[in-house]
Every structure is written in structure tokens, then in C-alpha cells.
Design a protein around this ligand. Structure first.
Ligand code: ZN
Length: 218
């Protein structure tokens, strides 16, 4: 895996964990026919699923329905435990645009059986991350995703049900957050399948874009 660095600082990212939030945009919860949660709904992706902006998405043979989920990703710069929302904002090292790729067919079968989501969310290359820059996590930003130039997802980060500061505070009460850990803050509506050869362009206003190709080699 290529080294991921926080731009301008040279700090190399070695994440211990990728914490993700499900159903953090009401319109996406509706399209998944899920209830809007009363508190943040968390799951984890393995650190081995992470790839940088020069990586390539590998579509696994186990799934025929891998979906894109564009998300604002927060990179922790400090240890955080049982933090207040204000303390949490002070622990952010940077922001990036990322993708929480999901094998929707595997996830659907897991949901039906009441099984965990780890397999559907955790394949190698299922967490592409754009360049990390220092930026204000509280500022409303347009977030969007295009597949082969066609707009699929578009929203404002201010549409999140739980904003970044509240998410970090909540998460830090459960998992101690360490420098380099990542928080994927949930995806807006418009998720859909990606196919061999597709070029994905993930953008968040004010951050460097992520352009990445998906391939099926097996
Ligand atoms: Zn997601």
C-alpha cells in the first residue's frame, strides 16, 4: 500500500481502525428502507481495506453488487477518550474524501440473518481515501460522486443527522480514538453499483478530489 500522509505535515498515517457511521443522512436511510437512528449506528472496517489516491479498487469474485458510498472522512491527530464535542474538534488532524465500498448483496444476506457486516465492508481496497488536508470539519461542504462522469450522489455535509463533533464525542465514549484512526461519517443518497472499468470521481468542496478506477481481475 502506498504511504498516506497528511499534506503539508509529512505525517505518515498508520490507522489502527476505521470507524464508520451508518445511516447518517436521512435520505440514504430512506433509500435503504432503514429507520433513521436515534443515536449513531457504528461499524468497523479493517485497516487493511484502506488504499490511497493512486490505488485501484479490486472488485472481489464473492460479490456481484459492490456499491459506492462517498463520505467525508475525519483523520484523528490526538488520543481521544470520552471527549466533549469541542474537545473532539480539537483532535482532528485533517479531512479527506473517501469511499466506503460495500458488497450490497453480501450485506443484504447478512442483514437477513442478523449477521455482522464485516465481510461486506471489509474486502481489500474497499476504503479508498483521497489526499488528507487540514480543513474545518464544521464547515458545510458540497459532497458528490460521479461514475464515468455521471452524477450519482450529491448532498451537503450539513445534511448529516449527527455532525462530526457529536460523532467523535459519541465514538470516543465507546472506542478510544488514537492518532491516525479514521472516522467515515456516512453517505448521502444515490448509492449504486460499480462495474469493471468504472472511473469514480469523489469530491468534497474545499478538499482535493479522489479519482479512482475499479477493476475485476478474478
Ligand atoms: Zn458508509
Amino acid at each position: 500500500m502506498e504511504e498516506l500522509r497528511i499534506q503539508g505535515t509529512g505525517v505518515v498515517l498508520r490507522p489502527g481502525k476505521l470507524v464508520c457511521v451508518g445511516r447518517n443522512y436521512a435520505a440514504h436511510a430512506r433509500e435503504m428502507k432503514s429507520d433513521v437512528p436515534a443515536e449513531p449506528m457504528l461499524f468497523l472496517k479493517p485497516a487493511s481495506s484502506l488504499i490511497g489516491p493512486r490505488g485501484q479498487i479490486q472488485l472481489p469474485p464473492e460479490s456481484q453488487d459492490v456499491h459506492h458510498e462517498v463520505e467525508l472522512v475525519v483523520i484523528l491527530g490526538r488520543h481521544l477518550r470520552c471527549a466533549s464535542p469541542d474537545e473532539a474538534l480539537g483532535a482532528i488532524a485533517g479531512l479527506a474524501v473517501g469511499l466506503d465500498l460495500t458488497a450490497r448483496d453480501i450485506q443484504q444476506r447478512a442483514k437477513e440473518k442478523g449477521h455482522p457486516w464485516s465481510v461486506s465492508k471489509g474486502f481489500d481496497t474497499f476504503a479508498p481515501l483521497g489526499p488528507i488536508v487540514e480543513a474545518d470539519a464544521g464547515q458545510p461542504r458540497r459532497i458528490s460522486l460521479k461514475v464515468n462522469g455521471e452524477l450519482k450522489q450529491e448532498a451537503m455535509t450539513s445534511d448529516m443527522l449527527f455532525p462530526v463533533a457529536d460523532l467523535l464525542a459519541y465514538v470516543s465514549g465507546i472506542f478510544t480514538l488514537e492518532p491516525g484512526d479514521l472516522l467515515f461519517t456516512g453517505t448521502p443518497e444515490g448509492v449504486g453499483p460499480i462495474r469493471n472499468g468504472d472511473v469514480l470521481l469523489a469530491e468534497i468542496e474545499g478538499l482535493p478530489p479522489l479519482e479512482i478506477t475499479a477493476v475485476r481481475t478474478r
